[in-house]
Design a protein around this ligand. Sequence first.
Ligand code: R5P
Length: 288
Amino acid sequence: LRLFSGSANVPLSQEVARYLGMDLGPMIRKRFADGEIYIQIQESIRGCDVYLIQPSCQPVNDHLMELLIMVDACRRASARQITAVIPYYGYARADRKTAGRESITAKLVANLITQAGANRVLAMDLHSAQIQGYFDIPFDHVYGSPVLLDYLISKKLPDLVVVSPDVGGVARARAFAKKLNDAPLAIIDKRRQAHNVAEVLNVIGDVRGKTAVLVDDMIDTGGTIAEGARLLRQEGARQVYACATHAVFSPPAVERLSSGVFEEVIVTNTIPIPESKRFPQLVVLSVA
Ligand code: R5P
């Protein structure tokens, strides 16, 4: 078994390697003057079972291309099996056509990864689970929820209500609620009018006087979760926690999340979070 890291989240890869009691494999990665990426595996991997860790976080296109080049390099080096470990699968929200003449980019990405030579994929908390079916190779879909739930349970929060920030996230929130002593569930009825702009309308369920835990797969600009929190406060929630596997944190997420509306914003390290994006209410848990 050999483990290699792309450049997207080296600390997570190092943690995984430590956990497995092995070193990350040696690999040269550089850029030519024109921006093209060069990869060379620095040891023989002939006949090996190779794992390549690379979330496709920002800059998503560079990190995706780097992964494809790593897979291609391993295939041409006669690895026996290549597993693309993609803690955060970029373009997952482009999983269907919502208007004419759009791309289904999540499927295009699946084609590219398969075509490059991956034999197996492991990804965490896909935006929609159906993306597994975009691949004709084995796919392990794993979750950040055990880590997030352990933390929430350890806090012994009183009068919990688990809240899905949109209708699409109800199954995820229900699974959380079940593990939190069958806590009640509430749903925010949201209408999105444009990309990256969330409009919150209505809370379905009772949140008055309760500790609300908003659960989502990702926080990108923070619009969905911050609007949700504001609405929950307005509806009488006593405290609001946010919980998500992927901290995408595009601007202006940090401003929105640190505005004081949340007791805590609990995320995992599928995507690295630089110091400049950290704020006092942020809790980062490891999925290594
Ligand atoms: C949407 O369906 C997703 O589950 C997230 O709620 C959304 O992508 C988060 O984006 P933002 O933080 O920009 O509102």
